[in-house]
Design a binder for this molecule. Sequence first.
Ligand SMILES: [Zn+2]
Length: 186
Amino acid sequence: MELKEEILGKKRKNYLSWDEYFMGVAKLTSGRSKDPHTQVGACIVGEDNRILSIGYNGAPNNFNDDDFPWNRKSESVNETKYPYVCHAEFNAILNFPGNRKDLKNSRIYVDLFPCQECAKAIIQSGIKEVIYLSDKYATSSSTQASKYMFDKTGITYRAFPEESIKEIKVSLKPDTSISYLNDEKK
Ligand SMILES: [Zn+2]
């Protein structure tokens, strides 16, 4: 059966690309972080474009957020967040409730280029591609170690597409224009 164009109606043009959608989910997820300085989100996506897991940076499970040292500087490194905080990518991998083999060939969307510890978790989990928004620590030894490991293990990485860099507004106000029912006046 062939339907005429006027019967088919017009498809919406400005819908989100997959990259925009998944990076949007990663960014929205970062909103759960209690870190006062850095909020990072990650979203793992399977080969069939289904979301497998999400994560954000935070304290280990059962570590009370109010007892957590959120500082970046102190006399002792153990009085800062660094030894304790779980990064978004690490959490996304460990939060995955399914069978580990389903992470094989998946991709991960993340705010910030993964540190060397998350890079190792990414490699070991079977994730094959990293899509990042920011590479602001590109000259750090950690990021360089991550890239070296990715290059050696065949993990590809790419910056989020330039043409997709934009603001996406999410309103949580009820939208009265939404309609599921056929209530169009004829
Ligand atoms: Zn990390």
